[in-house]
Design a protein around this ligand. Structure first.
Ligand code: ATP
Ligand code: MG
Length: 316
């Protein structure tokens, strides 16, 4: 359905610092590692390019060490960075700390940094698929840019994919919620995760929220963390999670979306695209750093081969 499309990522490009101390809610002095290249739209674009899709990233970084290292990484992985502004402001940053139950606290610095200081380029030629990671919509400047870009892409006959990525700390106001609703209505492919459902359907219990997703027109993929993913296309496809040791789950959803949409743009059938995305998401959580979990097609193929050898061994 997206075969031959160029993917576009738009929004915050950040570097992230990961706390090695758990359960402290970013209140304590302690060791961190970073700067890890990050920002949900950038992680998405990086993974999609690694998988082999044509990908353009629209955003901004500062002309500082954080910005240079992030651009170098995206370029190395094959992302077209010609629409990334290298600006006068400092690169945006994020800090994250985990709890034992997998919950996490973020502190973001996006507003007023290079991450929300860029303008829209002329759209690339050819069929386009714009991916919106909707947490970006919580920032008024990014929201305006993304909504304008989405309308331009639709006017040019392009398509929209959306990961609601409903981080409450980024999406407090009504304007963000309305923008998300508008994007979701237009989305040819919607890729929420289970953790987005209470935000998207505050009045519905989980199972009813999933029913609601199943009834939606178009392609919908529910990311279920350790439980894998479910695709609602012509039929429902449940993809069980792969057993891995989770070290750092941040970015797994963006990596999943990048893999899935890139595979579809390369003409891979939905079941195989979903299987490879499910594997890429599982690989992502085993590595510390949001973009460090991204993987090559060879690594995904090898992971799947290992999993099937493991299953064969278990049967024997
Ligand atoms: P984020 O927004 O933090 O990037 P998300 O909430 O959008 O993530 P998740 O559902 O947490 O998305 O993860 C995306 C995909 O990664 C899952 O659908 C699954 O394929 C894989 N995945 C995530 N966590 C695990 C895990 N613990 N074990 C195996 N696979 C996992
Ligand atoms: Mg997500």
């Amino acid at each position: 359905m997206f075969e031959g499309h160029r993917l576009i990522g738009i929004g915050e490009i950040l570097v992230e610092f990961v706390s090695h101390v758990k359960n402290c809610g970013l209140t304590q002095i302690g060791p961190f590692s970073g700067p890890y290249p990050s920002g949900a739209p950038a992680i998405f674009a990086d993974q999609a390019a690694r998988v082999g899709a044509a990908v353009t990233m629209i955003g901004g970084v500062g002309a500082d060490g954080f910005g240079h290292t992030t651009i170098a990484r995206l370029k190395q992985d094959g992302v077209d960075c010609s629409a990334i502004k290298l600006g006068g402001r400092s690169t945006g940053t994020a800090f994250v700390s985990y709890y034992d139950d997998g919950m996490r606290d973020f502190i973001f610095h996006i507003s007023g940094t290079a991450a929300d200081d860029f303008s829209l380029p002329a759209l690339p030629e050819g069929p386009l698929l714009l991916h919106v990671s909707a947490a970006s919509l919580g920032n008024p400047v990014l929201r305006n840019l993304i909504m304008t870009c989405a309308r331009q892409v639709l006017d040019h006959g392009g398509k929209i994919a959306c990961d609601p990525n409903a981080r409450p700390e980024l999406m407090r106001d009504d304007d963000a919620r309305h923008a998300l609703q508008e994007i979701m209505q237009e989305a040819h492919c919607l890729l929420p995760s289970t953790s987005d459902l209470p935000y998207l359907f505050p009045d519905l219990p989980l199972e009813q929220a999933i029913e609601r997703l199943a009834q939606r027109d178009g392609l919908t993929v529910l990311k279920r963390g350790a439980d894998g993913a479910t695709i609602f296309a012509d039929t429902r496809i449940d993809l069980p999670g792969y057993a891995v040791t989770e070290l750092d789950p941040t970015g797994a959803g963006d990596c999943f979306c990048g893999t899935f949409l890139a595979e579809l743009s390369l003409g891979t059938p939905i079941l195989e695209a979903g299987t490879r995305a499910n594997a890429a998401g599982a690989i992502a959580v085993t590595r510390r750093g949001p973009m460090e979990g991204n993987s090559s097609p060879e690594e995904i193929t090898e992971f799947l081969a290992q999993q099937s050898r493991f299953l064969e061994g278990a049967k024997a």
